[in-house]
Design a binder for this molecule. Structure first.
Ligand code: COA
Length: 155
């Protein structure tokens, strides 16, 4: 399965695709304070209960999505777009790819949690049809403790 928007290609990330996995780890380090390592990303991609997608323009990775699913629910663990490529619809394209995968596989609901302070992501999810289900106090611990906003999209 492959989606194309302009010259951007969105495709399933496979465990054998070492180059894209390394590019994903590099973007993780640039974007998140608690980046997943190459090893963690490869393990996730290799897990049969996951769906992971990458968005590329030529050989350049612009965004990615790492999700787990079980029975009829899917949880977004990571979604990110290179800061230089934001607000071009790449995040939307990744979610559209996920939605198609879910519908094709009998998944009825997409779930996620997001830091309360991450208003850009909350706006992004709302724009893509997600609703807020509640707030979980102190959900994130460690260096940057924070409440989580729980969101979902019924398919
Ligand atoms: C959230 C994220 C994936 C969105 O990716 P994107 O490719 O920029 O998203 P799209 O271009 O598809 O959608 C853009 C829409 O999202 C919303 N949005 C995105 N950034 C926003 C911001 N800074 N402020 C307000 N709304 C914002 C707007 O509705 C925007 O539409 P507009 O450009 O027409 O106003 C990206 O901002 C990102 O990688 N953030 C850092 C990682 C992160 O926080 N991930 C989520 C963790 S739960």
């Amino acid at each position: 399965m492959e989606n194309r928007k302009e010259n951007i290609r969105i495709f399933l990330l496979e465990p054998e695709d070492g180059v894209t996995i390394e590019q994903t780890a590099k973007l993780e380090r640039e974007i998140f304070p608690d980046p997943w390592s190459c090893h963690e990303i490869r393990n996730t991609v290799s897990n049969r209960q996951t769906v992971c997608a990458a968005a590329k323009e030529g050989d350049t990775l612009l965004g990615y999505l790492l999700c787990y699913y079980a029975l009829d629910e899917c949880e977004v663990a990571r979604i990110a777009v290179d800061v230089r490529a934001r607000r071009r619809g790449i995040g939307k394209g990744l979610l559209a790819y996920l939605e198609k995968f879910c519908r094709d596989n009998g998944i009825k609901k997409i779930l996620l949690d997001v830091r309360k302070s991450n208003q850009a992501a909350i706006c992004f999810y709302e724009k893509n049809g997600f609703q807020t289900d509640g707030v979980r106090k102190g959900y994130y611990s460690g260096k940057m403790p924070e409440d989580a906003v729980l969101m979902s999209l019924a398919l």
